[in-house]
Design a protein around this ligand. Structure first.
Ligand SMILES: Nc1ncnc2c1ncn2[C@@H]1O[C@H](COP(=O)(O)OP(=O)(O)O)[C@@H](O)[C@H]1O
Ligand SMILES: [Mg+2]
Length: 315
């Protein structure tokens, strides 16, 4: 266990009946880094995380977590990791502190050691003031933070977080992202999943883009963005259904990929300053009004669109 890798995923497969949730996923997470799995809903992120956390058996393949096989040494793996699941698991009638104490005891912590560790964890997750309130009375963001605290109790080497910022208020989101960075600064390896490209971009040393059970690309943020080269992402809103003008736009030289939802159309284009006038010309010809235009330099969203022909957020 000194090859510098915290997690080595080797060709994992998992199906549910006919649904191939994970089909041949491999990636390495280096010790001390933040690694993100970025993909839309249904990509297979949670299934992958569940296998790495030994909550779900793979149908084929294996993974090593801190050198321990998830199929042959699940107990060792569980000691090395803290898991923040997508679904919040708390006892609503117990206070924050009591929830932490319950889980701390499950990990074998007792007495003063447990008390001290709970104090430390409450400090990290910023819930010292609220520790005596029942978890059931917490906001979604505070519940999520308490779940993170539970995952940290046994001082794991690796923390695995499954979409920890979905459906919570911006302040809690900021708190969690800062927590992730601070834990990593102190040496913890982080495996993070999200469908928000901004979070993957902000946090990660390495990112694997996942779609339909497979990794479609991986690398650093800059390496991934280079995949789309100089293409800009142009988002146009029109006053009618997208079909009225989409075929004409797609026929323009320099327009590569297009996705459309109702009246919003997203295009990947070479040199937007050259293509934009032609988009307007085609719109006038089709008697369609463009009500807004935004142009974005290449980002992970554009990479996903380029690789899959779909938008990350379509789910
Ligand atoms: N327990 C399950 N039973 C049946 N299908 C499942 C189960 N868990 C996940 N799936 C399916 O597997 C695919 C991947 O799901 P999931 O891993 O949850 O994706 P993600 O976390 O990226 O949104 C989806 O099509 C989902 O509906
Ligand atoms: Mg999920």
């Amino acid at each position: 266990m000194n090859n510098g890798k915290a997690i080595e995923v080797q060709d994992l497969h998992r199906h549910f009946g006919d649904i191939k949730a994970v089909q041949g996923v491999s990636f390495d997470v280096r010790q001390g880094e933040i690694f993100s799995l970025l993909g839309p809903n249904g990509a297979g992120k949670s299934t992958t995380i569940s296998m790495l956390s030994c909550l779900l058996q793979p149908n084929a393949g294996d993974a090593l977590v801190m050198g321990h096989s998830i199929t042959r040494r699940p107990m060792e793996v569980k000691k090395a990791i803290g898991v923040v699941p997508q679904e919040i698991a708390l006892y609503p009638d117990l206070t924050a502190r009591e929830n932490l104490a319950f889980w701390g005891k499950m990990y074998g912590l007792r007495g003063k050691t447990l008390g001290r560790r709970i104090d430390q964890v409450l400090e990290i997750i910023g819930l010292v003031e609220q520790q005596k309130r029942p978890a059931g009375k917490f906001s979604g963001g505070m519940k999520r933070r308490l779940n993170i605290g539970i995952a940290l109790l046994h001082k794991p080497q690796v923390i695995i977080m499954d979409e920890p910022t979905v459906g919570i208020d911006p302040q809690s989101r900021r708190h969690i992202l800062d927590n992730v960075k601070e834990l990593n600064r102190q040496g913890m390896t982080v495996l993070y999943t999200t469908h928000y490209m901004e979070e993957a971009a902000e946090l990660s040393d390495h990112i694997a883009i996942m779609d339909q059970g497979q990794i479609v690309a991986s690398g650093t943020h800059d390496e991934l963005v280079k995949i789309v080269g100089k293409q800009d992402r142009v988002e146009l809103t029109i006053n009618t259904e997208s079909e009225r003008v989409l075929p004409a736009w797609q026929a323009i030289d320099g327009v590569h990929k297009a996705t459309a939802t109702d009246s919003i159309i997203t295009l990947l284009v070479d040199e937007s300053d050259r293509v934009l006038p032609r988009l307007f010309e085609a719109a006038i010809e089709a008697k369609v009004h463009i009500t807004s235009v935004t142009i974005q330099e290449p980002n992970l969203e554009a990479v996903f669109l380029h690789l899959t022909g779909r938008a990350l957020r379509d789910g």
